[in-house]
Design a protein around this ligand. Structure first.
Ligand code: ATP
Length: 460
C-alpha cells in the first residue's frame, strides 16, 4: 500500500453515468426530481451489492468458526440509543450560511462548495455569512403507534452494532461460544447526514456490514491487529489494487472517548483518500453501558474456571454501498481497441454480477436455439445471461460495461463441429472450446487467481 497511485481513467461523473446507463444505480424518486442523495439499485447493482455482501459473509462465517450471524430490528427501544450515547452524542457540528441558507458540516467545510459561488468553498465567497457551529443529531426520528400524537418517538438505527450488543446474552445462551467470538450482521442504517454526496459514498440510507468481536480484555490489542490485517486483506483478495488501499491509524485526538485504538481502511476514491471501513477497539464501553442501563449482566461467566469478566470489543465496520463504489472505481477502465475506446469494468470475477454471457452470432441457421441450449446448461452453475439483440460488437460492449468476465459465441462453426468461442473480458483472448466442456472450463477459470490488469498496466 502506498501514498502514490498511478493515473486512472475513472472519475465520479463517469461512474455515475455508467451506473445509470447500465442499470446499476439510479437516483431515487427520479421522476419527481429525486430526493437528495438517495439512490435505487437496478438489476446489476443488486447483483453486485449482493456479491459484495456474500463475500463479506463468506469471510465472516464460512471461512471461520468463531463468528455467528444476527439480523436485528431497525427500530429498537429508544433506551438502546440513550444507553449507547447516540441520543446525546451522535452529532456532527453544523454551520448555516445566513446568505445562501445552505447547511454544512463544520469539519468538512473545506470540501463544501459555496451556495452562491461554487468555485469557492463555503465561507470563502464574498457574501458568505456563516453561523457558529452547533451540534446536530444525525438520527432519524419517527413515531410508533397508530395515533401520531399518542405514539412514542422512536429512531431508525444509525448503525447495526447496537442491535448486536443488546443481543449479547441471547447469543451466548445458544451459540456455545466463548470469547474470543464474534457476532456479525448486515443491514440498512440511517443517518441524517448534513452534507451527503459523492454518489453512493455518503447517503442518508445505506447498508452496513458490521461485526463485533468479543475478546478477553488482555487479548484486545492482539485481536485489533488481527482484524486490521484480515479486513485489509479482504479488499486486496477481491482485487483492489494495493496502490489504492491504505490503513490510516487515528491520532489520539480523533479517537472517540471509549476507543483506545481506531484505524480506517481508506481507498483512493476519485474524490481522494477516504474511509472505506473503520476498525475500532471499543473496550468494554458498549456492554457496560447497556448492562448499567438495562440491569442485565452482560458479561462472560465460566463457573468451572471461576472466570467472570466483561469482554472487550473489536469492531470492523464496513459499508456495503461504499465498498461497492470502491470496487466499481477500481474496476473502471478505458482502453483503445481497433481505434475505438472500450469501457470495461474489470471486476474480480467473484464480484461480477454476470459471470458469462451467451451470444448467438446470427439470429438464424439454428444458432439461437443452440445458444439457448448452451445457456440453459451454464445457468445451472453460474449467473449467466442470454443476449441475441444487436450486433455482436454492441453486445460485447454491453457485457464489458457490466463487467462480465466471459462471453460465449455460437456461430456457424458451432453448428458444424460443436465448438464455441470463449472470449475473456480482460485480455480479449478468444479460444475455441467444445461446447460440452464449456461449463467445466468456465468453472475452472472462475476459480483461478485473479488480479487487476490495471495493476499490470501501471507497473508495466
Ligand atoms: P464517516 O467518517 O465517513 O462519516 P463514520 O466513521 O461515521 O464515517 P462508521 O460509523 O465507522 O462511519 O460506519 C462504518 C462504515 O459505514 C463506514 O466506514 C462507511 O463504509 C459506512 N458509512 C457510514 N456512513 C455512511 C453514509 N452516510 N453513507 C454510506 N456509507 C456510510
Amino acid at each position: 500500500m502506498s501514498d502514490q497511485a498511478p493515473a486512472d481513467a475513472v472519475t465520479m461523473d463517469k461512474l455515475v453515468a455508467l451506473c445509470k446507463r447500465r442499470g446499476f444505480v439510479f437516483p431515487a424518486s427520479e421522476i419527481y426530481g429525486g430526493i437528495g442523495s438517495t439512490y435505487d439499485y437496478g438489476h446489476y447493482g443488486v447483483l453486485l451489492k449482493q456479491n459484495v455482501r456474500d463475500a463479506w459473509w463468506q469471510s465472516m462465517l464460512r471461512e471461520r468458526d468463531d463468528i455467528v450471524a444476527l439480523d436485528s430490528a431497525i427500530i429498537q427501544n429508544p433506551k438502546v440509543w440513550e444507553a449507547s450515547g447516540h441520543l446525546a452524542g451522535f452529532t456532527d457540528p453544523m454551520v448555516d450560511c445566513r446568505t445562501c441558507k445552505l447547511r454544512f458540516r463544520a469539519d468538512h467545510i473545506d470540501q463544501c462548495a459555496c451556495g452562491r459561488k461554487p468555485s469557492k468553498t463555503a465561507g470563502e465567497g464574498p457574501d458568505c455569512d456563516l453561523t457558529e457551529a452547533r451540534d446536530f443529531n444525525l438520527m432519524f426520528e419517527t413515531t410508533m403507534g397508530a395515533v401520531k400524537e399518542d405514539g412514542a418517538t422512536v429512531y431508525l438505527r444509525p448503525e447495526t452494532a447496537q442491535g448486536i450488543f443488546v443481543n449479547f446474552k441471547n447469543v451466548l445462551q445458544f451459540a456455545r461460544k466463548r470469547p474470543p467470538f464474534g457476532i456479525a450482521q448486515t443491514g440498512k442504517s440511517f443517518r441524517n447526514e448534513i452534507t451527503p454526496g459523492n454518489f453512493i459514498f455518503r447517503t442518508r440510507e445505506f447498508e452496513q456490514m458490521e461485526m463485533e468481536f468479543f475478546v478477553p480484555p488482555a487479548e484486545a490489542d492482539e485481536w485489533f491487529e488481527h482484524w486490521c490485517t484480515t479486513r485489509t486483506d479482504w479488499y486486496l483478495k477481491l482485487g483492489i489494487r494495493p496502490s489504492h488501499l491504505r490503513l490510516r491509524v487515528h491520532e489520539a485526538s480523533e479517537l472517540s472517548h471509549y476507543s483506545s485504538a481506531t484505524s480506517d481502511i481508506e481507498y483512493l476514491f476519485p474524490i481522494g483518500w477516504s474511509e472505506l471501513e473503520g476498525i475500532a477497539n471499543r473496550g468494554d464501553f458498549d456492554l457496560s453501558a447497556h448492562a448499567e442501563a438495562s440491569g442485565e449482566r452482560l458479561e462472560w461467566h465460566d463457573p468451572q474456571r471461576d472466570e467472570r469478566y466483561v469482554p472487550h470489543v473489536i469492531e470492523p465496520a464496513a459499508g456495503a454501498d461504499r465498498a461497492m463504489l470502491a470496487f466499481l472505481a477500481d474496476a473502471y477502465d478505458e482502453e483503445e481497441v481497433e481505434g475505438e475506446i472500450r469501457t470495461v469494468l474489470r471486476l474480480h470475477p467473484r464480484l461480477a454480477p454476470v459471470k458469462v454471457a451467451v451470444l448467438p452470432l446470427m439470429r438464424k441457421d439454428g444458432q439461437p436455439e443452440r445458444a439457448r441450449e448452451v445457456f440453459e446448461d451454464l445457468r445451472q452453475r453460474v449467473n449467466a445471461e442470454y443476449d441475441e439483440g444487436g450486433s455482436i460488437g454492441k453486445r460485447y460492449r454491453r457485457q464489458d460495461e457490466i463487467g462480465t468476465p466471459f462471453a460465449v459465441t455460437i456461430d456457424h462453426q458451432t453448428m458444424e463441429d460443436g465448438t464455441v468461442t470463449l472470449r475473456e473480458r480482460d485480455s480479449l483472448a478468444q479460444d475455441r472450446i467444445a461446447a460440452d466442456q464449456l461449463a467445466d472450463e468456465i468453472d475452472s477459470r472462475l476459480r483461478r487467481e485473479w488480479h487487476s490488469p490495471k495493476l499490470d498496466a501501471a507497473t508495466g
